[in-house]
Design a protein around this ligand. Sequence first.
Ligand SMILES: Cc1cc2nc3c(=O)[nH]c(=O)nc-3n(C[C@H](O)[C@H](O)[C@H](O)COP(=O)(O)OP(=O)(O)OC[C@H]3O[C@@H](n4cnc5c(N)ncnc54)[C@H](O)[C@@H]3O)c2cc1C
Ligand SMILES: NC(=O)c1ccc[n+]([C@@H]2O[C@H](COP(=O)([O-])OP(=O)(O)OC[C@H]3O[C@@H](n4cnc5c(N)ncnc54)[C@H](O)[C@@H]3O)[C@@H](O)[C@H]2O)c1
Length: 479
Amino acid sequence: MDSVTYDVVVIGAGPVGENVADRVVRGGLTAAIVERELVGGECSYWACMPTKALLRSAAALRAARRLPGAREAVTGDLDASAVLRRRDSFTANWSDDGQVAWLDSAGIALYRGQGRISAERVVEVTGADGAAISLTARHAVVVATGSGALVPDVTGLRESAPWTSREAAAASEVPGRLAVIGGGVVATEMATAFASLGSVVTVLARDGVLPQAEPFVGERVTRSLRDAGVSVRLGAEAASVHRDGDDTVHVKLTDGEQVEADEVLVATGRTPNTQDIGLNRIGLQPGAWLRVDDTLRVVDGAGALIGDGWLYAAGDVNRRVLLTHQGKYQARAVGDVIVARAKGEPVQDGRWGRHVATADERAVPQVVFTDPEVASVGLTAAAAAAAGLRIRVVDYDLAAVAGAALHADGYQGHARMVVDEDRKVIVGFTLVGPDVGELLHAATIAVVGEVPLDRLWHAVPAYPTVSEVWLRLLEAYGR
Ligand SMILES: Cc1cc2nc3c(=O)[nH]c(=O)nc-3n(C[C@H](O)[C@H](O)[C@H](O)COP(=O)(O)OP(=O)(O)OC[C@H]3O[C@@H](n4cnc5c(N)ncnc54)[C@H](O)[C@@H]3O)c2cc1C
Ligand SMILES: NC(=O)c1ccc[n+]([C@@H]2O[C@H](COP(=O)([O-])OP(=O)(O)OC[C@H]3O[C@@H](n4cnc5c(N)ncnc54)[C@H](O)[C@@H]3O)[C@@H](O)[C@H]2O)c1
């Protein structure tokens, strides 16, 4: 078998693997990246980009319909086939030519095939034709293999050819009826998208709608999905699933009721892509999430480094945060720390240091592109209290902000700020309302920067923007 040596070998060319490789090359090292499907990973072809493209046109239409004057100019319905075509363009019709060209321009060597760790610092790549090549890393191997949809053990579900997020994101037709198992982010976004595209949607939300968020979020998204004609069944659990000869899927619930649909989407979380990457060769459990230390080096069950610390894991596969932007943030830290260690430079692994991903712990921003949008960063009130913080919760009705009233007639929304009373800083912030996603970064800066509330009074929001909610929250808190 041929063998080639690089400074760093990355397994998985999703957004995280690409960014690790880019960072180490910029730092003066050589890098190879191994990809078994499309360069760009889940996010580009089956997750973030296509799903947001499925949602965006309907959001623009709703925005126009909320405004007299604009509303009268809307004379037709959403054109589902045009939405699907626009979605296709965002995936470049599932061609990775553009991203391959970028790898090339960045000086990163690409090897196509399944990557498996075969020994310390060695990755064997088996191509589709069965040919294999061995890649040896002088300094580090980085696992960035991401995650796949978790299909729960519900009787008959797997045999019923369910959709996962992949089939939903890449759908070429809009099903007449869609049943969704789950009530999390994928479930609510795809219920929003397919309801707007014309499907009759039923959501089986066993554990509630967006249960990880502040409670008012799930209430508002549930109400709005129902207003859009979606049947949201809180507490409903699938007991068995069966697809009959007419291609109708029958979902039997544990309470004995039955839901019929043309497609059933499973949106019940993720499982790590570690089943077949050679973990057994280094004493780790295949199929398990990878545990990492502060600089994202893989550790075993006892917390010990693998060998001298040559193995890193970044992105979904380490389960810290399953979001593209946070995975790319980890990638910057990993790339830079590999370069620092290779050059014998100091490692900055203190809190908020260059080589650690401190924000993963308590300052993760996320936007859920439902109607209304949900934007959050940091801890919910419940999570902050559970972490032992002495907190004060400040709520404000977004509809009472002048900028929101101008933004849309009948604007409805809510804001919550969670304050750490001992330090007088914001540790959590949640907004729900039309277009609140673009307001989030100010909150992220306040949380990451641990900006004292006294100073925030000097950050004056422009009038009349929705951002004036910041002033209203400070006033409600008191000076
Ligand atoms: C429906 C959906 C919508 C989402 N929307 C958003 C969003 O709006 N915003 C957001 O921030 N996040 C979103 N996410 C999450 C986001 O997609 C992931 O956090 C992100 O893709 C993780 O990047 P990654 O590089 O770690 O893994 P992936 O993107 O999964 O990439 C891993 C790559 O590794 C390859 N690979 C795996 N094993 C091997 C192997 N052994 N050899 C070679 N190659 C291998 C895979 O083929 C893949 O290309 C969404 C997720 C889903 C499911
Ligand atoms: N806009 C975004 O940022 C975005 C969009 C989509 C996905 N994502 C990411 O992708 C990841 C996966 O999303 P997801 O929605 O699949 O996971 P999730 O963890 O957000 O939600 C899964 C839901 O399924 C429920 N569930 C679990 N097992 C179940 C079962 N057997 N029956 C019924 N319900 C069950 C859980 O209670 C949970 O509410 C998330 O971590 C999310 O961060 C992000």
